[in-house]
Design a protein around this ligand. Structure first.
Ligand code: NAD
Length: 285
């Protein structure tokens, strides 16, 4: 029976460490990190995510401010909000909550973002640093996946890792991070053939697809480490992952629950990236 990779425990650990560093810095220097969130439109899920990010910031001592823009805004309006935050020296991190409404050109918005404030790691610059194996601001969810594995002392080097999903936000960067840690990485995606055979070979499986229970328990290799990034809403209160949790739990050695796994790590890594950006700006001041 698998042991649990507990995002609640590891997330709380990361937040406590950060709160301590931020408090010490405030005492000695009188300054603290600042995060601006740009929230466009009235998508209820986005509003919930932003509220939980604001709360988490407050708890560790990061100043946060949310810029709310109407659903009907033009790309130029979002770019202007980004540029304003770029120029504000009290803002260390800028997070543009995705997805943006269809009339807004996401590529243009991200191109406007100062890469040193890109705490979601979505600019071409930061994605390039990650692809090149260089230090930078890396996307929060992938970083959170690696932090979970590290906290529980799970070896990555030489392991066969299968990442399902290839989005710029999750699948692609999580695979690059695993590669950077010497895993033997394979990506599976919507065009991949014979998913069960591929899954059965994986020693580390990261599922980031967005299809409830797509990965069946009996596909999973015995003693595999299973990280389920998927968040699939089933009704107002129920959320499930991409993996059939109960069946997978009886075969895996470690597994993340949904909720209570990777999602909590994402928020913790956002706070950590904001701190990282703050330290970078502080050194430059
Ligand atoms: P996305 O829609 O951009 O990407 C989904 C990926 O799944 C694509 O690359 C696609 O090729 C792949 N895919 C589709 N069908 C497949 C199949 N049958 N087999 C294998 N791969 C298939 O989504 P995303 O933004 O990468 O998010 C993926 C999931 O992770 C979603 O459920 C999302 O809600 C969740 N998510 C969770 C967190 C978190 O903090 N836990 C953060 C971001 C996203």
């Amino acid at each position: 029976m698998a042991q649990i990779l507990d995002g609640k425990i590891v997330g709380a650990h990361v937040r406590a460490e950060l709160a301590d560093k931020i408090a010490k810095h405030r005492e000695s220097h009188g300054t603290e990190p600042g995060l601006t969130v740009i929230l466009v439109g009235d998508d209820p899920a986005s509003a919930i995510y932003v509220a939980s990010k604001e709360k988490a910031c407050h708890e560790v001592g990061i100043r946060s401010h949310t810029v709310r823009l109407a659903q009907t805004v033009r790309t130029d309006d979002v770019v202007m909000a980004v540029e304003k935050a770029n120029q504000d020296p009290t803002v260390d991190g800028i997070l543009v909550q995705m997805p943006l409404p269809p009339q807004v050109d996401t590529t243009r918005v991200l191109a406007a973002l100062d890469p040193t404030k890109d705490v979601d790691g979505l600019t071409t610059y930061n994605q390039g640093l990650l692809a090149g194996g260089l230090p930078g601001l890396y996307p929060c969810t992938p970083k959170g996946v690696l932090r979970l594995l590290d906290y529980y002392g799970i070896p990555v080097r030489g392991q066969r890792a299968l990442v399902l999903g290839r989005s710029t936000l999750v699948g692609r960067p999580v695979g690059l991070l695993l590669l950077g840690r010497d895993a033997t990485v394979t990506w599976g995606h919507s065009q991949t053939r014979d998913l069960p055979a591929l899954v059965s070979e994986a020693e580390i499986l990261v599922a980031a697809i967005g299809r409830p229970g797509l990965i069946q328990g009996d596909w999973i290799r015995r003693e595999a480490v299973v990280v389920d990034v998927g968040i699939n809403r089933q009704g107002p209160k129920k959320v499930v992952g991409d993996v059939d949790f109960l069946a997978a739990k009886s075969r895996a050695s470690w597994i993340t629950p949904v909720p209570g796994g990777v999602g909590l790590m994402t928020v913790a890594m956002l706070l950590e990236n904001t701190w990282q950006a703050f330290v970078h700006h502080d050194d430059a001041r």
